[in-house]
Design a binder for this molecule. Structure first.
Ligand code: GDP
Length: 343
């Protein structure tokens, strides 16, 4: 057991921060160290409740996380907050990374807040965030909140690494209800309509009823108890509805644990991430300096010059990598079938 692993197991936040920096690094030697560290820590078998949280900018995510996180740490729970920021993948800038957010929570000794790794593909961010989740679990955190902005694919990425998924929405008229994509509704376990206070309270209540109605129209999912997915109002500013949300989360999770869905979901997620990483690794192989990359570049230039059709170039590239092209594979299988039939 290395010193760093031991300090993480002891719950030292500085060691955790250092380890996350290590898993975020793209350097080969860092990757190797990170892999060894994660393997050591996996033996601890500690599990946190992983909660995904999404919402558009301005809906109140940081306000909610701060209030909700403080409520949990107030109950003696240790809370980690990680972020998947799709904007950083494109621009290197960040919607979520800003340090002044969640000021009170970041000073709480039972909390740990880490902004999204920047300048990377969403796939890379996903891997790093998953590894960061594993590090937080090893460090003994009870709850890991994984936050993302409600744009693009990042919600699915976060849902695929969470035990349950919260969707934070703002009070709105009926028109805007249409704007929430069906796919997002389908991955939400609990919809929280925020800002249910002051002048917005009545609108929030109406919006919540609209979403509850929309959720009832979705097909029943086998991993939900009766009544889920559900919608409720909260006010992150006033703290209203937060305890109820936590109760609902526990009800859902306890039911899923009792019925085998928690384990099954984690197992399916592990397989999903294995396949995803394999895909990434194969893609990375294409851009590693060497004969394969040279061939791919040469073929790319030929395609660009109109000398070669894209599909023919793919066949040649796969052949250069010592693999059968899909076309050849199908042919080979056909031959094999014929042979079997003859036999
Ligand atoms: P984020 O971009 O989703 O992280 O949103 P913020 O947490 O930064 O909040 C955006 C704005 O909404 C801020 O001005 C907050 O004060 C306000 N806000 C957040 N939660 C509430 C709430 O529960 N009620 C009201 N009235 N305003 C809120």
């Amino acid at each position: 057991m290395t010193d760093l692993a031991q300090r993480i197991l002891n719950g030292e936040r500085r060691a955790l921060a250092r380890a996350i920096t290590l898993v975020e690094s793209a350097r080969d030697d860092h990757r190797a160290q990170a892999g060894a560290l994660l393997a050591q820590l996996a033996k601890s078998n500690r599990q946190a409740l992983r909660i995904g949280l999404s919402g558009t900018p301005g809906v109140g995510k940081s306000t909610f996380i701060e209030a909700f996180g403080m409520m949990l740490t107030g109950q003696g729970l240790r809370v980690a907050v990680l972020a998947v920021d799709p904007s950083s993948a494109r621009t290197g800038g960040s919607i979520l990374g800003d340090k002044t957010r969640m000021e009170r929570l970041s000073r709480d000794p039972n909390a740990f807040i880490r902004p999204s790794p920047s300048r990377s593909e969403l796939g890379g961010v996903a891997r790093r965030t998953r590894e960061a989740v594993a590090l937080c679990e090893a460090a003994g955190f009870d709850v890991v909140l994984i936050e993302t902005v409600g744009v693009g694919q990042s919600e699915t990425v976060v849902a695929d690494m969470s035990d349950l998924f919260l969707l934070l929405l703002a009070p709105a008229g009926g028109d805007e209800l249409q704007g929430v994509k069906r796919g997002i509704m389908e991955i939400a376990d609990i919809i929280l309509v925020n800002k249910a206070d002051g002048d917005l309270k009545a609108t929030a209540t109406r919006t919540c009823a609209d979403y509850a109605g929309a959720l009832r129209l979705l097909r029943k999912r086998p991993y939900d108890p009766d009544g889920f997915p559900k919608a409720q109002t909260v006010s992150a500013v006033e703290g209203a509805g937060l305890a109820k949300a936590w109760e609902e989360i526990q009800t859902l999770i306890n039911w899923r644990k009792a019925h085998g869905h928690w384990e099954a979901r984690r197992a399916a997620q592990a397989r999903h991430w294995f396949e995803e990483e394999l895909r990434q690794a194969l893609l990375a192989e294409l851009s590693r300096p060497g004969p394969v990359r040279d061939t791919v570049r040469r073929l790319g230039a030929q395609v660009e010059a109109g000398e070669l059709a894209p599909s023919a170039a793919v066949d040649q590239a796969l052949a250069a990598m010592g693999r059968e092209s899909p076309g050849q594979g199908a042919k080979a299988q056909g031959e094999a079938r014929k042979t079997r039939h003859r036999a």
